[in-house]
Design a protein. Structure first.
Length: 385
């Protein structure tokens, strides 16, 4: 799971770069907005372009691309300007996209399909622990350690590129397709057998319904909309929290809170039994629970303690929701086209950040009502089969 540790460190590098650029250069809010939008565009583009590599099982190529994307960042930051900062942040987005897909396809091909959900959860837990520890270290040592962090990440990615197990043929995902096809054929045979009870209408309907309903699959589009909505609601809320609490909490305190919440959410996930199992209805229930927590708890944010509790609860529910949604999508798509899921999440981040920044000026109740509207609109497709 070295790759998952590295991915957690790489994701923690995101706020480091963003804040470093903001503090070092004399930049405007417009420039920072362009910086954020460029990161999202690069992440989406790299996912779209490298999707075929993931589907083809080229995990080592993706890992090398991640390494090649991170390596120049140190040089670019050493000669910092508006252009080199934009380029460095864009390369970070590319590295995140490539490594994420490399990890995803490696797990899907080297783990038996019946264990995909459990391994995906374990990977997210390791990501969170790594990210949480890194954020706390950054908060304690400051941005002065940025160079050292970059060197460590480059070294870690170099090791990952070497030790990542090679995928010679995409077997496990294709075998799962065959297994699922045979299962569906068996379902049709069982459904046809219900005709034996045609002289007993009540029994006929019961047998047919039980057999047919057990095979119903969730629409992949509904899952993608749900994933986009889950991220959109979170970013809608968390985009404005620094603005609201900037007079009460220092930046280092914010990083400690986010790092601590990442660690706690990972530990909580470890204690929950079978929470990672796929299922659109389960995802819908967690989605609504998180939405309620975000909306009802927002008004109580006032200090470090309330923020910590708020972020821990939200982070835990989001990690569980993301794992359930991703596992549901993976099983629906037989492990292929995973890049579409990551694109949907990033689109949600763009939508949520933009709407949150605008809606906060409309007043608290309007702001929270819009959050509910976004959440319900994007979660309901999860119930469509």
């Amino acid at each position: 799971m070295l790759s998952s540790v590295t991915y957690g460190m790489l994701s923690a590098l995101d706020p480091m770069l963003f804040i470093y650029i903001a503090y070092t250069l004399n930049v405007s809010g417009v420039y920072m907005g362009i910086l954020s939008a460029t990161w999202s565009a690069a992440y989406i583009l790299c996912n779209r372009l490298s999707g075929p590599l993931a589907d083809g099982g080229h995990n080592k190529v993706l890992a090398i691309l991640a390494l090649a994307s991170v390596a120049p960042i140190y040089i670019l930051l050493s000669n910092l300007s508006h252009f080199t900062a934009l380029l460095a942040y864009t390369l970070h987005a590319a590295s995140m996209a490539f490594l994420n897909l490399a990890i995803s396809v490696t797990l899907l091909e080297h783990v038996e399909s019946s264990y995909w959900d459990k391994v995906n959860l374990l990977s997210r837990i390791i990501n969170n622990i790594s990210r949480g520890l890194m954020l706390i270290i950054i908060a304690l040592l400051g941005l002065n350690v940025l160079d050292e962090v970059l060197h460590i990440i480059v070294f870690m990615l170099l090791i990952v590129s070497v030790v990542l197990p090679h995928i010679y043929i995409s077997f496990e995902r294709r075998f799962y397709i065959i297994e699922r096809t045979l299962s569906r054929i068996g379902m049709y045979v069982k459904a046809t057998a219900s005709l034996l009870y045609v002289d007993r209408p009540k029994t006929f309907v019961e047998v047919f319904s039980r057999t047919w309903n057990s095979s119903e699959a969730t629409s992949p589009v509904g899952i993608l909309v749900g994933a986009m909505g889950a991220v959109a609601v979170g970013d809608y809320i968390f985009t404005v929290i620094p603005v609201i609490l900037k007079g009460k909490l220092q930046l280092t305190s914010m990083w400690i809170v986010y790092g601590f919440s990442a660690l706690v959410s990972a530990l909580i996930a470890l204690t929950l039994n079978n929470i990672e199992a796929s299922g659109a209805r389960k995802a819908f229930a967690i989605f609504v629970l998180r939405l309620l927590a975000l909306v009802l708890g927002f008004s109580f944010l006032s200090d470090m303690t309330s923020l910590a509790l708020y972020v821990v609860l939200s982070s835990t529910l989001f990690m569980l929701l993301d794992v359930v949604l991703y596992n549901t999508y993976v099983y629906t798509q037989a492990g292929f086209r995973t890049s579409n899921y990551f694109v949907a999440r990033e689109l949600g981040s763009i939508v949520g950040s933009l709407l949150g920044g605008v809606a906060v000026d409309l007043g608290l109740y309007t702001f929270l009502l819009l959050a509910i509207a976004i959440g319900l609109t994007t979660s309901l497709p999860l119930l469509i089969e």
